[in-house]
Design a protein around this ligand. Structure first.
Ligand code: SF4
Ligand code: FES
Length: 359
């Protein structure tokens, strides 16, 4: 039984932005259904006791929670490294100073592009880019570690060189270049988001060149798009192996999209301890390890590297969470990916479908 090393604490699904590639589930938790401060405090201590080293405070937008500093402080007291994943909308000087005082270690700010009007249009939030720039300045000024997260897709992929420059200019120590993964709401906008293979390959070269040129100054992580890979990623490091996700309503999930799997029932931290869920819960055990695997995963030399890929993607695309991720070219269902690429990379960009909750 491995110990989890990370906790993804989805504090809320509320968010002022409306990004068309949002990977949150289609059915969002309302404010009234969110865990309270006391429960988060207990869960964070249970996570530390279980061996978790770092907590990612995410959403939605965690800053909409007025008790965020209390939650950060609970994580800090439990000995966890704290990372705030934010759009930066609402990260005022006062708020940041309060969070730093509570023990915040690291801030990750997402950007949608470089040119403000275009970036704001993608985020569906006017003035957002200006707020992000100012928030990044404050984070660096406060001496906190800063990561910039740039989600790449058809509309901004050609701006990648400028995005890398911007991360440097803003003083980030790390840049995450993350191509859209088509989960949740992103799947509904796939035809407008998918870049061509040529554009993706050009972006990969830009990242490779920048990694060498900026070595020692800026760490660049490149999350490549599943659809253009030959083999899938180990989603969340493998089901039930490294990470626990807590949804805003307290459901403990092996990955952030697991709630989309219709036949699974997930335990809730309101009524069970995290340790009990991690060790005993059927949902965590279901796709842990290699026993559950069908062919061609069973016996494959990558079975303990990618753990069969993503269960949620297998369900979303072929209706079977226990199948090999169709992204893998060895999957008998891989044709569905080739067909989607052929159809969507050439599709004209339709207006995005936006969504919003509580913002
Ligand atoms: Fe990974 Fe399964 Fe493909 Fe092997 S067959 S590379 S284990 S997804
Ligand atoms: Fe659920 Fe990949 S998102 S296993």
């Amino acid at each position: 039984m491995p110990s989890p090393i990370g906790l993804l604490a989805e504090l809320t699904h509320r968010c002022p932005l409306g990004c068309p590639y949002c990977s949150n589930p289609l059915e969002l938790v309302r404010a009234g259904g969110e865990l309270d401060t006391k429960t988060w405090t207990r869960v964070l201590q249970e996570a530390a006791d279980l061996g978790v080293l770092h907590v990612h405070l995410s959403g939605g937008e965690p800053l909409v929670r007025t008790d965020l500093a209390e939650i950060v402080n609970a994580a800090h007291i439990a000995g966890l490294y704290t990372n705030l994943i934010t759009s930066a909308v609402g990260l005022t000087p006062q708020r940041l100073s309060e969070l730093k005082g509570a023990g915040l270690d690291h801030v990750q700010i997402s950007i949608q592009g470089v040119e403000p009007a275009r970036a704001d249009a993608i985020a569906h939030f006017k003035g957002g880019m200006k707020m992000k720039r100012e928030a990044a300045r404050l984070v660096v000024h406060e001496g906190l570690a800063l990561t910039i997260n740039a989600v790449m897709h058809r509309e901004n992929i050609a701006d990648l060189p400028q995005i890398i420059d911007l991360a440097q200019e803003w003083g980030a120590g790390r840049l995450e270049v993350a191509h859209v993964q088509y989960h949740g709401w992103a799947l509904a906008n796939r035809a407008s988001l998918m870049p061509s293979r040529e554009d993706f390959e050009r972006a990969a070269s830009v990242v490779d060149e920048a990694k060498t040129r900026l070595s020692g100054d800026l760490v660049i992580d490149h999350v490549i798009p599943d659809y253009y890979a030959e083999r899938p990623k180990a989603c969340m490091g493998g089901w039930g192996r490294q990470v626990i996700v807590i949804a805003p309503d307290g459901r403990a999930l092996p990955c952030h999209a697991a709630a989309s799997l219709p036949e699974m029932i997930f335990a809730n931290v309101r009524s069970r301890s995290l340790s009990d869920i991690w060790r005993e819960d059927d949902a965590f055990a279901k796709f842990r390890g290699t026993e559950w695997m069908p062919k061609p995963c069973r016996g494959c030399d990558r079975a303990e590297i990618d753990w069969g890929g993503c269960r949620c993607q297998a369900f979303a695309l072929i209706g079977n969470a226990a199948a090999t991720d169709p992204v893998c070219t060895l999957s008998p269902d891989h044709a569905i990916i080739s067909a989607a690429i052929a159809k969507d990379e050439a599709a004209p960009s339709a207006p995005y479908r936006f969504r919003r909750i509580g913002g």
